[in-house]
Design a protein around this ligand. Structure first.
Ligand SMILES: NC(=O)c1ccc[n+]([C@@H]2O[C@H](COP(=O)([O-])OP(=O)(O)OC[C@H]3O[C@@H](n4cnc5c(N)ncnc54)[C@H](O)[C@@H]3O)[C@@H](O)[C@H]2O)c1
Length: 369
């Protein structure tokens, strides 16, 4: 994919199809792109963003939207996962009501996954659902969170427990914004990129291995290529299994243990992608022990993950608590621990139940090293 060309991927969902557009400089064209998917009656747009992202890109986005809509509003929240709550959603509802935002008006989610999930949730529930456009600005949101219509807020008892499926009208991705993304966020999202390679795209996996230095120095062509490939995989999976009844679960590779690690460390020690990095190493070990994966490929996966930066220390994590958290996860089935396991690089199997003793053994090894 060339950095300056417009690449489009369709998410096909009978009657609710939408496009993912990837192009450097797309933020400047946003008004035209949003207008093309908005209702003919839509007069107002509301940007939901955080103060940090808005200070970087808000002016550009407003400038472009103002050319196409009567009025553009902005609602800004503080930066951070802890603001992805019902209480913030309620403030958004108040803002929408005060400004008489109607059903055919449109919400723009400008930011990382926190903003995407929150603004998507507000759009799903305000007036029983209004249109929204995802404008993801973190690599994680560009390759994952903005696609597929899962919206949510956190509850004090757990992450993403309150939510709805609500598909956007458009996902507009401008890779240029990754220039300002903090290094740790970039690296952490790269573990999720590696996930796509393992579950579905062997060529992507080896591209990540070959071009690691250039990717980490934010080569624009390579980042655009990576985003395009990941979006393509996710769009395909979501189109075939919108509500995660079957195939969509392959996207959870590394997440069974990853989520548990995030939970027991109160979401403070690891970025999501880093916890998934550990989760993928553990799942690959389980797959090896069960005889699904060769030792050579297990090592390839582990080495690629580590080559994108050492994961944060995992010491002082209580193994019993990790297992408990896994059993309580909404992805567990009647208390059974379900895993997505690699069979080879580029292919996984879904829904393997794994003996607790083996999980114990693999986790023990992870926690000691
Ligand atoms: N809905 C889904 O399918 C899905 C999938 C995966 C993750 N998620 C959710 O996504 C969230 C994590 O997303 P995230 O990793 O993007 O975190 P985030 O939204 O907190 O963004 C990470 C940090 O990067 C900053 N940032 C974003 N874009 C920037 C830019 N271009 N320049 C400078 N700074 C920038 C943000 O302000 C923030 O400080 C979690 O809440 C997770 O539950 C949802």
């Amino acid at each position: 994919m060339l950095v300056d060309s417009l690449a489009e991927i369709e998410v096909s969902l009978s009657g609710r199809d939408y496009l993912i557009q990837v192009k450097s400089g797309l933020l400047e064209l946003l008004g035209e792109k949003v207008k093309a998917v908005a209702s003919p009656y839509s007069r107002k747009v509301v940007i939901i963003s955080n103060k940090k992202v808005f200070s970087l890109y808000g002016a550009k986005v407003i400038g472009s939207l103002n050319n196409y809509f009567e009025k553009t509003y902005s609602f800004l929240i503080n930066d951070g996962e802890k603001y992805k709550t019902l209480s913030t959603a309620e403030k958004i509802y108040g803002f929408l009501i005060e400004n008489k935002i109607e059903r055919h008006d449109i919400i723009i989610a400008l930011g990382g996954g926190v903003i995407g999930d929150l603004a998507g949730f507000a759009a799903a529930t305000y007036l029983r659902g209004i249109s929204y456009v995802q404008v993801p600005t973190s690599l994680l949101a560009q390759i994952d969170a903005a696609i597929g219509g899962k919206t949510a807020v956190n509850h004090p008892k757990g992450k993403n427990l309150i939510g709805a499926f609500h598909q956007p009208k458009l996902v507009a991705i401008d890779p240029i914004v990754l220039e300002t993304l903090p290094k740790r966020e970039l690296k952490s999202a790269m573990y999720e990129v590696i996930k796509y390679g393992v579950i579905a795209d062997k060529d992507l996996f080896y591209l990540l291995k070959k071009e690691r230095t250039k990717i980490l120095s934010r080569d624009k062509d390579l980042l655009s290529e990576i985003i395009f490939r990941c979006c393509n995989i996710k769009a395909g999976v979501v189109s075939r299994d919108e509500h995660e009844k079957g195939e969509r679960r392959i996207l959870n590779f590394g997440h069974t243990i990853g989520h548990a690690l995030e939970t027991v460390t109160n979401y403070r020690r690891f970025k999501h992608g880093e916890a998934v990095g550990y989760g993928m190493i553990a799942a690959s070990n389980i797959a090896r022990e069960l005889g699904f994966l060769t030792e050579a490929e297990r090592l390839e996966i582990e080495n690629l993950i580590i080559s994108y930066g050492l994961l944060p220390q995992i010491k002082n994590v209580n193994l019993e608590l990790v297992l408990q958290a896994m059993q309580q996860d909404k992805k567990s089935l009647a208390g059974q621990l379900i895993f997505v396991l690699p069979e080879q690089i580029g292919r996984v199997i879904i829904g393997e139940t794994v003996p607790v003793a083996l999980i114990y053994q693999v986790l023990e090894k992870l926690l000691i090293n």
